[in-house]
Ligand binder design. Structure first.
Ligand code: GTP
Ligand code: SPV
Ligand code: MN
Length: 570
């Protein structure tokens, strides 16, 4: 601490205790200096708008580094810099950067305070906006500090918004030192260090050494009419539907029959084998940092209800009476001001930035699961991988066994989204939705996944879904959102050995009558594309998957290459 203060030279130091008084004082200060703008107090009580610097609206994958001693340990999947060089580079930027500012010390716990699966960290930052967000997203303050003092070990994070200059911006990870240094951005994934930097990049590295998994997955509980709840963990890349699936509202008929959906987490999942051989999962987060555009009373009513109060909105538009507004909100209101604060002009682009976000406490979600606080976590029945694929990939298929399931995850492809700076809609390999987040070599990561298949293990079944298949007219063929429960129901049926499937080279697809489609109208084209196996296209896909795996050289586990070879024959 003294070292950091000597380097950064803040005017004042504040230790965060997480109290209401502290939060109120910070918010008052941010309101006074314009960091937070008050929203309509009647429609959005306790809620604020933050407009970020227009060049600082998303994660910056090209400026994110994993700094292991050996470059090969970071893998071809990460940008790498030698630790000494990285420290020197970023410390030069931190030198004196907090002059005139307050340094905040944020002790936080990822996961329930009393869970053996949880891990703590301390983030030092000069951004009160980061403090306010960390308060919603983590268990922050006195309780976390007490656990840190008891345990001794914690992840050290240093953050400064610097000058918000994209040329002077770095997100550096030192997994071997349990250290993060982030400079020059105030955006969520770059600045809320408990989230992607700690809970995914550093935690994935720790998890490999300690025999657990840190994943970019939602966790959702599906309660059937008999009152049994099955927990499902699903990895979709950024802005590909995790929040929506986690908060799903069952279609009318299912609701009548008594189906219920429970939200445990919407972005990150830590899991480890329990004494009974099953995988048990916790959500290390305490809030949601969700995508605003596309969130409506139709697509995600639970999210809309969650963000009715006590919410920080970042880079949304505003109506004339200061209500938050975004594309796809569909509530009959019109935007007056865009996310930059200019009068809304459709010729100047959307009113909300496509990666506009809301930050809110998880407990405000109507479907929030009390099991999210269980220190032992929830047992996982199914793991789901999925991407945004306009062509080829059917609605759902099931992997034959664990090794095949690991290949299905390793082979994931998805079209890029606005969650990271760069081109949108470009198909890339995003294994297990962890391309931007795995803190070590993917070849070792796949090997770690394979290692869970051992005597006594009762592993979940593995599935792959694609909500984003398009027809010849360029429109989505599957209604998605609430109707995705039909697919989850089939998966649970498979877990229980009750639902039908047909074997194909890529795995089991549902038989024609195995999926409940009551109330869904699908064209013949839709049925063929959503439930069909396209041999020629898959042949080419498997060649491309083979090339991808080969790119990792001999470090890639042979079992995975054998599995790819076996299927590539088709
Ligand atoms: P991160 O927070 O970036 O990790 O993203 P996420 O995976 O939680 O994404 P989110 O659920 O916020 O979804 C992002 C976008 O996908 C939104 O625009 C949604 O409207 C859209 N989306 C989600 N589920 C579906 C679906 O089932 N079908 C279709 N067509 N779109 C969906
Ligand atoms: C993602 O990009 O996957 C997010 C948002 O969940 S952020 O926390 O900014 O990375
Ligand atoms: Mn995410």
């Amino acid at each position: 601490m003294a070292e950091v203060a000597a380097l950064t030279r803040p005017d004042a130091i504040h230790w965060c205790d997480g109290s209401d008084e502290e939060s109120e004082a910070l918010i008052a200060q941010m309101q006074a200096d314009g960091t937070l703008l008050p929203l309509n107090a009647e429609t959005n009580p306790g809620s604020w708008l933050h407009r970020s610097h227009p060049d600082d609206v998303a994660r910056v994958e090209h400026l994110t580094f994993v700094c292991t001693r050996e470059q090969a340990d970071a893998g071809p999947n990460n940008h790498w810099m030698a630790p000494d060089e990285a420290h020197a580079k970023v410390d030069a930027l931190f030198d004196g950067c907090m002059r005139g500012r307050t340094l905040y010390v944020i002790p936080y716990c990822m996961g329930p305070i009393d869970s053996p699966l949880s891990r703590c960290g301390v983030e030092i930052t000069d951004s009160p906006y980061v403090v306010a967000n960390m308060r919603l997203m983590t268990r922050m303050g006195a309780d976390a500090l007490a656990r840190i003092e008891r345990e001794g070990a914690f992840v050290k994070g240093l953050h400064s918004i610097g000058e918000l200059d994209p040329e002077r911006r770095f997100i550096m990870h030192f997994p071997e030192e349990l250290t993060i240094k982030s400079y020059g951005s105030g955006y969520g994934g770059n600045a809320l260090l408990g989230k992607k930097c700690h809970a995914l990049r550093i935690a994935s590295f720790q998890a490999r050494n300690e025999g657990w998994l840190a994943e970019h997955m939602l966790i959702v509980g599906i309660e059937n009419p008999q009152g049994e709840t099955h927990y499902v963990a699903a990895a979709f890349p950024s802005a590909c539907g995790k929040t929506n699936l986690a908060m799903l509202i069952p279609p009318e008929g299912y609701r009548r029959d008594g189906w219920k959906v429970w939200t445990v987490g919407d972005d990150i999942c830590w899991m480890r084998p329990g004494a009974d051989g099953r995988l048990y999962a916790i959500n290390p987060e305490a809030g949601y940092f969700g995508v605003a555009p596309g969130t409506s009373a139709k697509s995600n009513p639970n999210a809309l209800e969650t963000i009715r109060k006590n919410t920080i909105f970042t880079n949304v538009g505003l109506t004339a009476d200061e209500q938050p507004w975004w594309e796809g909100l569909d509530n009959g209101q019109q935007p007056a001001t865009d996310w930059r604060g200019n009068a809304y002009d459709p010729d100047q682009g959307p009113a909300a930035h496509p990666n506009a976000r809301f930050t809110v406490s998880a407990k405000q979600c109507p479907s929030w699961s009390p099991m999210a606080e269980d220190p032992q976590g929830v047992p996982i029945s199914a793991i789901v991988f999925g991407g945004r694929r306009a062509s080829l990939v059917p609605l759902v298929f099931e992997a034959r066994d664990w090794t095949h399931g690991v290949l299905v995850g390793a082979a994931m492809g998805s079209e890029t989204t606005a969650a990271a700076t760069g081109a949108v809609g470009v198909m890339r390999r995003d294994p297990m939705a962890m391309k931007p987040f795995c803190g070590y070599n993917f070849a070792d990561y796949f090997g770690h996944w394979l290692s869970f298949d051992k005597t006594g293990a009762k592993l979940p079944k593995v599935f792959h879904v694609n909500w984003f298949r398009k027809g010849d007219d360029g429109k989505f063929l599957w209604p998605g959102f609430g109707d995705n429960l039909r697919v989850l129901e089939w998966m649970i049926g498979r877990v229980k050995g009750e639902a039908g499937g047909v074997e194909t080279p890529i795995g089991h697809l549902p038989t024609a009558d195995a999926l409940n489609l009551d109330g869904v109208t699908l064209s013949e084209e839709a049925k063929a594309k959503l439930f069909g196996f396209e041999r020629t296209g898959w042949k080419a896909e498997f060649d491309s998957i083979g090339e991808y795996l080969d790119g990792y050289g001999p470090r890639m586990p042979q079992a995975l290459r054998d599995e790819q070879q076996r299927i590539a024959g088709l």
